[in-house]
Design a protein around this ligand. Structure first.
Ligand code: LMR
Length: 398
């Protein structure tokens, strides 16, 4: 019998999505899950993605054969080039495998670290971090601890606390860094601050796992957003990297991502890739095909890629404009000055609203956001932003 099994609590992010879907009130607004919406509140299939889908349908040779264990070679090569840049790809030995989006890449990284990492098997996560991070590493038998990241007083980066915690971690620990558009805070280090972080990490020979779920979403430029990853690699660091094409190509449900790791020689790369295959084969055999064909087609075609870059700018531009409008409405209409909302970057604003406020917003105003006060700005549009600002002001002043 399974009578001993107790119900699990809903997922802090995806559980809210379910609550939103079950709400029958016409005013309901979903600011929970980080998924892009257009100004009509609808999911947006990028025109470059539509075009790649059409090209696939026109291809007479299309089939549904198994993918190689590490995924489609062309897709993987182009995904890695997008992250590290062509020059670094040519200068380094990079083992890589297609993954089930960013989560799957992190899960493979966790298995890898559990099996092969010779340092301290403890993963340091920023406080706060994406709510799924701890569980991904725990599932592979790794422990997690936190380093200070967000300063609740300034609502900015707690650089001093972060550097202290990384300095006091046991040498050769594992450090997870968000490459850009930190989730949930929207607070990223400046380039100078990244330099200080790099110095401490190098000094203690910590191993870095970059989670890059938002390349192109923070600034609209895939180059600028990948800068921290490239900077660590240029400094000689053997980073691991989890890439996702969920947000930047809007391929959420297709689970398209890539796991990669820098190796020291071609021989090492070959050995690592062969062991990655063993990990993946036992977990899910091989990755799905459709989404990676779409992403691979865009990355391989210079015209489609240029079009995609424009669409990325369009998405990040709309998010930015909503961010500014929310700030202005709160300030001008409600005399609430929340400068952090306009200073933060990426898909989210970390409003500072508490769990009680968030519960009240869901119960009384039908506005859904995670209980840490994070909102997915993409859920805002010209038709609902004023209602959201009014509701935030009402609960904040309560
Ligand atoms: C989020 O943080 O909302 C996204 O990364 C979606 C997810 O899977 O949680």
């Amino acid at each position: 019998s399974w009578a001993h099994v107790r119900p699990a609590p809903p997922d802090p992010i995806l559980g809210l999505n379910e609550a939103y879907l079950a709400d029958t009130d016409k005013r309901k607004i979903n600011l929970s899950v980080g998924a892009y919406r257009d100004n009509q509140g609808q999911p947006w299939v990028l025109p470059s993605v539509r075009r790649a889908e059409e090209l696939r349908l026109q291809n007479e040779d299309r089939h549904h054969e198994y993918n190689p264990i590490t995924g489609k070679n062309d897709f993987v090569r182009n995904a890695v080039a997008l992250a590290y840049g062509e020059d670094l790809c040519a200068a380094r030995h990079i083992a890589a495998a297609q993954s089930l989006s960013g989560t799957g890449a992190l899960r493979v990284a966790a298995e890898w670290l559990h099996l092969y990492f010779k340092g301290n098997p403890v993963v340091y996560l920023p406080q706060p971090t994406w709510s799924n991070h701890p569980a991904i590493f725990h599932k592979a038998g790794l422990q997690t601890r936190t380093y200070r990241y967000f300063d609740t007083r300034t609502k900015g980066l707690d650089l001093k606390g972060m550097l202290e915690d990384l300095d006091h971690a046991e040498p050769m620990s594992i450090v997870l860094l968000h490459a850009c558009a930190h989730n949930p805070t929207g607070v990223d280090p400046s380039r100078d601050e990244w330099g200080e972080i790099l110095e401490v990490i190098n000094h203690w020979q910590h191993l870095v796992v970059f989670d890059m779920a938002y390349q192109g979403f923070a600034t609209g430029s895939v180059e600028r957003d990948a800068w921290p990853v490239r900077e660590f690699v240029r400094a000689g660091h053997q980073v691991m990297l989890a890439q996702s094409f969920a947000k930047n190509m809007g391929l959420y449900g297709q689970r398209v991502g890539c796991f990669s790791m820098i190796c020291q020689s071609e021989e090492e790369r070959g050995a690592c890739e062969s062991q990655l295959k063993k990990i993946i084969r036992a977990m899910y055999s091989s990755p799905p095909g459709f989404g990676s064909e779409i992403a691979g087609t865009i990355l391989a075609d210079s015209n489609l890629k240029a079009q995609w870059f424009k669409e990325l700018e369009e998405m990040s531009g709309r998010i930015n404009s909503m961010r500014m409008q929310l700030y202005t409405l709160l300030k001008d209409k409600h005399h609430l000055d929340w400068p952090h909302v306009k200073q933060q970057i990426g898909m989210f604003a970390y409003t500072g609203l508490g769990a009680g406020h968030c519960q009240k917003l869901a119960a009384d105003y039908h506005i859904y956001l995670t209980l840490d006060g994070r909102i997915s700005i993409a859920g805002l549009n010209d038709s609902n932003i004023e209602y959201v600002a009014d509701s935030f002001a009402a609960v904040a002043k309560d």
